[in-house]
Each structure stands twice: as structure tokens, then as C-alpha cells.
Write a protein that binds this ligand. Structure first.
Ligand code: MG
Length: 365
């Protein structure tokens, strides 16, 4: 990391926030009713600030990192190491690190008036969105949700599925909309049940995301040989993971989650590796608040991200986002922020309202 980004820091502030979700988000790994994230704000001697978001979920179900752990890692390890100029061992805390890295870069880019998207080399002013729909209680409910999303203009609908939940519903959606661009995300739930996955090959899916366990590259390679287009999400936590998956022939498509894979530099490396390998890329979501969504949108604007992003407007997640809300544009698109840095900041009154813990760590000396 560039020491110049750190040399004149005066404080690092941490905010543990809890933002109620519009509706619980249910996937194979569990349900989230409110979004708890840690926001990081760096302040420099010139008064310049930068923000970042740690997108770990509140429970260590989907990854080992979780909100409470990330809070401790940031306060006790990462920020003190940053101030001391010590090398950062980031192996266990890629999401906490991403928050710090984002805040440092946000501050620098604000200082020079450049947007993050421009810094990354992005060319798109807006990106197409996928409507991601969680497991629904009944088929009727699902059909009505899909109907609304189609009316909103979404070109790609992605359903969360699991072997005993959602497959009948998936067939019902296909029957109701024969020409709909449809994808599914299994969050690894077909582990040991590959036979039940095979019939999905008849549904004309754009992709099947993460049917098997994150470590099961051979299983994903077999699914591809069986005719499915496979997207990997949980399996890809770093560029090294992506290189192994490419070597195993395990994927057609990368779901890139910039907040989860170890940060901005690592995400850029993943995009470059995917492009060299001829893979398609889309940017996935981690139920980010506006701060994390701005980071993810900057990546979604990159040219190799050929498929619609899972990111959605603020209203998909929150009645009242922390930043100014991201609105859905015509054709179910999101504008890529073009202001300096992330292009968004938390609104102070909203931040106060959702904060459950806050600490300001001063630079030593
Ligand atoms: Mg996924």
C-alpha cells in the first residue's frame, strides 16, 4: 500500500450501524432482517476525509468474517497497524481491510476531484441491473414479485434456489415467462445433490450460480460439462481462487464482490484475470449501504463486466439508506456515481440515527 495515503492521517472513525431492511433477505445460508455494517472514515491533516464500508454480515454463516469480529479487527489490529506503518496481515479480514482501503482511496480521489470509476478506468455512465429475488414463501408470492420486477424493466431475473425450496417455483416462473432471461443462485445448496441440478439444464438459464460448496471445483466443472453455464461467487475470494477455478475448468462467469474479495486492488486483479481467461464478469451485492454500493458500482461500470449487476436501488433494501438514495433509472439501470471519490457520503442525521457504536481513533503522537 502507498505510504503516502497514510502519512498525514489524523483520525480514523468507526461507525457500527444497523439499518433495517425493507424485507428479510432469505438465502440458503440464512436470513438477514437488518443490515449491520462497519463504516470507516479517515481524516487527514488537511481536513480531507474518505469513507469505506465493511460488508461482512452479522453472523459468520456466509464467510468467517462478521460484523462484530470486523469491528474488533479494525479497532484493535488494522487501524493501529496502519498508524504505526506496520505491514498489514490481511488474510483473515479481507472485508475489514476493504473498508480501510476504500476510505484511503476515497480521500485521495476527493482531493484531486476524480471519481473512483474514472480512476479504475470505467467507461459506462450507468449499468443494467439484475432483479435478485430471495426464497419466497409460496409460488404465488414469487410469481407476483417476478411480475413486478419485469414491469420495472429488469432484463435479467435471478432467483435464489435450494434443492427442497424453489425448484417448483423456478419451473412455474419459466412456464409463465417462456422468454424471460432467468438465472439462479443456489448458494452452494446442491452440495451432494448434483442429480437434482441436472434438470435445470432444460430451463435455458443464463447461468447457475454456485450450485456446490465453495471448495468443490470438480463438481462445478462437471456441471459445466453437463451443459450448465456456471457462475462462481463464494468460491472466489481472491485472484488466487479465480486462477484455481480457471485451471479446474469450473466456471464461465465470475461474480465479483469488491467488498468481499480483499479490496480495490485485488478486485482489479480479478477483473484482469477473468478478462484474460475469456470469462464474463458481473458485480454481486452484499446488501451494501450506499457507501459500499458506490464502490461496487464503480467496478460494475468496467468494460469486462458484461452481465447485469446484482446491485439494486436503495429502495430494494432500505426505506432510508445512509447516503442519498440510489434510484432505479428507466430500463432498470443504476447511474454510476461520477462525483469525486465514491461520489457519496453518509448523511450526518441518518448516520446518527442508525449508529449503535462509534469510536474515533486518533493517530499516535
Ligand atoms: Mg451469490
Amino acid at each position: 500500500m502507498d505510504p503516502g495515503l497514510v502519512a498525514d492521517l489524523t483520525t480514523v472513525g468507526l461507525w457500527w450501524v444497523r439499518v433495517p431492511l425493507v424485507e428479510p433477505f432469505v438465502a440458503a445460508h440464512g436470513a438477514e432482517h437488518a443490515r449491520e455494517v462497519v463504516l470507516v472514515r479517515v481524516t487527514g491533516a488537511d481536513g480531507g476525509i474518505g469513507w469505506g464500508e465493511c460488508v461482512a454480515l452479522s453472523q459468520p454463516t456466509y464467510t468467517n468474517e462478521h460484523t462484530a469480529g470486523a469491528w474488533r479487527v479494525l479497532a484493535d489490529e488494522l487501524v493501529p497497524a496502519l498508524f504505526a506503518g506496520r505491514p498489514l496481515d490481511l488474510g483473515g479480514a479481507p472485508m475489514a481491510w476493504t473498508a480501510v482501503e476504500t476510505a484511503l482511496l476515497d480521500r485521495r480521489l476527493r482531493g484531486v476531484g476524480m471519481s473512483l470509476a474514472e480512476h479504475l478506468g470505467a467507461s459506462r455512465a450507468s449499468v443494467a441491473c439484475t432483479a435478485v429475488i430471495g426464497l419466497q414463501p409460496t409460488i404465488e408470492t414469487l410469481l407476483s414479485v417476478v411480475e413486478r420486477r419485469v414491469a420495472d424493466g429488469y432484463e435479467l431475473i435471478k432467483l435464489k434456489v435450494a434443492p427442497d425450496l424453489g425448484l417448483d417455483a423456478l419451473h412455474a416462473v419459466r412456464q409463465a415467462w417462456p422468454g424471460l432471461e432467468l438465472a439462479v443462485d443456489a448458494n452452494g445448496s446442491f452440495a451432494g445433490r448434483a442429480d437434482e441440478l441436472a434438470p435445470l439444464g432444460d430451463l435455458g438459464l443464463v447461468y447457475v450460480e454456485q450450485p456446490f460448496d465453495r471448495a468443490d471445483l470438480d463438481g462445478h466443472a462437471r456441471a459445466r460439462r453437463g451443459g450448465l453455464r456456471v457462475a462462481l461467487d463464494e468460491s472466489i475470494e481472491s485472484r488466487a481462487d479465480l486462477e484455481r477455478a480457471i485451471e479446474a475448468g469450473a466456471l464461465d462467469i465470475v461474480n465479483l464482490k469488491p467488498g468481499r474479495v480483499g479490496g480495490i486492488a485485488e478486485s482489479a486483479r480479478i477483473v484482469a484475470t477473468a478478462r484474460e481467461a475469456g470469462l464474463e464478469v458481473f458485480v454481486g451485492g452484499m446488501l451494501e449501504t450506499g457507501v459500499g454500493r458506490a464502490l461496487a458500482l464503480a467496478f460494475a461500470a468496467l468494460e469486462p463486466c458484461t452481465l447485469p449487476t446484482d446491485l439494486g436501488p436503495s429502495a430494494r433494501y432500505f426505506a432510508d439508506d445512509i447516503t442519498a438514495p440510489f434510484e432505479l433509472l428507466a430500463g432498470a439501470r443504476l447511474a454510476v456515481p461520477d462525483g469525486a471519490g465514491l461520489g457519496v457520503t453518509p448523511r450526518p442525521d441518518r448516520l446518527d440515527a442508525v449508529t449503535i457504536d462509534h469510536v474515533t481513533l486518533p493517530a499516535p503522537g
